[in-house]
Design a protein around this ligand. Structure first.
Ligand code: PGA
Length: 249
């Protein structure tokens, strides 16, 4: 049995005061949830968020991590720095990082290695662009992102790694992949992971991401292959996010 995991990706939103307020509003609403609940917040909010979730079951994640331990990497944050803050999860290879900040399958691989070495659970994002989908390249792109991005990992690493399938054309656009399509594509990702990483596909948790919201979360979460969601816009409001977390209630 794979435990569902609903994670909020706050992106570059919320200052420290807003973080405190949002967590305070959210915590009672998601108490007793049947899934893992994670908030991936900006670096500057991590310490406040960790303090705010104390005594709750909410976990805190970052949105990026560098692979070097330390050194001349202006603007970067190492896995040990996150570990010091007791961060539980980290998003790696989000499509916005691939699109705007030169993230590649190779850097995704390095970052994932660093996270695991620091015992931080990576949420590794994959997904095709609209053009790639139109050109019939969805499976080819996903195959490359998975086999290159996760090259060298062992089957047991997938107890900790979470994969997020986020079709780029569905992120922040209001367009959602149909539940059936998302299920089928995630099934494909699972089959690749099973083949390439000795059975990892059956145990790895795979989220859907891209305009997931209260009105479509039930349908998406009812699909067999979908183990959770990575939620952008709808994670910024306690009411919306808690409805997604409580999709089965
Ligand atoms: P969205 O973002 O829910 O706003 O589409 C999802 C994501 O980018 O992780």
């Amino acid at each position: 049995m794979r435990k569902p995991i609903i994670a909020g990706n706050w992106k570059m939103n919320k200052n420290m005061a807003e973080t405190k307020a949002l967590v305070a509003e959210l915590a009672p609403l998601v108490k007793g949830a049947d899934c893992d609940v994670v908030l991936c917040v900006p670096f500057t909010d991590l310490a406040v968020a960790k303090k705010a979730v104390k005594g709750t079951e909410i976990k805190i994640g970052a949105q990026n991590v560098h692979w070097k331990e330390s050194g001349a990497y202006t603007g970067e944050i190492s896995a040990n720095m996150l570990k010091e803050l007791k961060v539980d999860y980290v998003i790696i290879g989000h499509s916005e990082r691939r699109q705007y900040f030169g993230e590649t399958d190779e850097t995704v691989n390095l970052r994932t290695q660093a996270a695991l070495a620091a015992r931080i659970k990576p949420i590794v994002c994959v997904g095709e662009t609209e053009k790639e989908r139109e050109d019939g390249l969805t499976e080819k792109v996903l195959y490359r992102q998975i086999t290159e991005g996760l090259k060298g990992f062992k089957s047991k690493d997938f107890d900790k790694i979470v994969v997020a399938y986020e079709p780029v054309w569905a992120i922040g656009t209001g367009k959602t992949a149909t539940a059936k399509d998302a299920n089928e594509t995630i099934g494909y990702i699972r089959s690749v992971l099973n083949k390439k990483f000795r059975g990892a596909g059956d145990k790895v948790r795979i989220q859907y991401g891209g305009s997931m919201k209260p009105s479509n979360c039930k349908e998406l979460m009812a699909e067999e292959e979908i183990d959770g969601g990575l939620i952008g816009g709808a994670s910024l409001k306690a009411g919306d996010f808690s409805q997604i977390v409580n999709y089965n209630k």
